[in-house]
Design a binder for this molecule. Sequence first.
Ligand SMILES: NC(=O)c1ccc[n+]([C@@H]2O[C@H](COP(=O)([O-])OP(=O)(O)OC[C@H]3O[C@@H](n4cnc5c(N)ncnc54)[C@H](OP(=O)(O)O)[C@@H]3O)[C@@H](O)[C@H]2O)c1
Length: 332
Amino acid sequence: VDEQQAMARAAELALLAGRTSPNPRVGCVLLAPDGAVVGEGWHRGAGQPHAEVEALHAAGDRARGATAVVTLEPCSHTGRTGPCTEALLAAGVARVVIGRRDPNPLAAGGAGRLAQAGVEVAELPAPDLNPRWERAVALGRPVVVWKAAATLDGRVAAADGTARWITGPHARREVHRLRAQVDAVLVGTGTVLADDPHLAVRLPEDPAPSQPLRVVVGARPIPPDARILDDAAPTLQIPEHDPATVLARLWDAGVRSVLLEGGPRIAAAFLAADLVDEIVWFAAPALLGAGPGAVAPFGPATIADARRFAVTTAAVVGADVRIDLVRASGGV
Ligand SMILES: NC(=O)c1ccc[n+]([C@@H]2O[C@H](COP(=O)([O-])OP(=O)(O)OC[C@H]3O[C@@H](n4cnc5c(N)ncnc54)[C@H](OP(=O)(O)O)[C@@H]3O)[C@@H](O)[C@H]2O)c1
């Protein structure tokens, strides 16, 4: 196995993990000088051994003189587990090949530490296995993905308040997949009181998906029999209105990505604060002519001040259209 193949395998291993936040997904392959794989490992989640430590453990004595191929720069700090740099040095690893530099200033510096201790350090491009995690670490707050399901005239409910269902089953299934990819799902109390949403992940292909934290923002009490309070996933109410404060609270709870699921007032608050990084917009081929819009009024008074996003993909899903967008400027 050459180093390129080992990096591809390490990336494959990293993806075996479910949700690892607040840590990234990382994979590691140890190669003997003759190219034989002597150890493999991946990080399974917070508080669990890092990928390098798992691979070293699998290799035992065969780690001496080996090359460690790892998708992310080994950490040089002591978090819940010891620094990986020291574990690699203690095991006598001769060469370390790094896929991506650690964007976390606390954890970075591993490559320098290894080189200083006489280990050969090289870089080999690896796929971005943790795009939202990398962005969150760079921003110092969770990445916010706003999901909306609206009619062609941008409405998210009818004049009488009914909102089920604007989009069809395909789009709704994709929403469940989106939830499975983030650490938290967030709504305002208004949506809980109007729709009594469940917000947990249900997927036909996965009977036991990893569940996001369900977050309700606002001061009004949630009825004790609300579906969001069942035991399908943990739920947290944050009686705050400032989106930055809410995100700071979630960061402290280990959240690195949030799916903002509405409604119009909470969406407006995040847009006004310029805290929406991505949008997933489901457009239903229907018109209502009345009813609340996807966003309550939030600021731009003239066309030059419109919040602009860039389309990354657009696809037909069942009877609806899904448009994925990222912020056009100001982001990372
Ligand atoms: N189709 C869709 O994609 C979709 C998704 C979600 C909701 N909806 C629809 O949206 C409607 C509910 O609208 P909504 O606007 O009441 O829902 P909302 O935005 O979910 O909730 C509004 C509540 O959020 C709290 N909040 C927290 N921070 C805030 C801030 N900075 N500014 C304003 N409020 C803040 C306030 O709660 P407190 O007053 O308790 O403090 C406020 O009353 C329903 O008809 C629902 O069907 C549609």
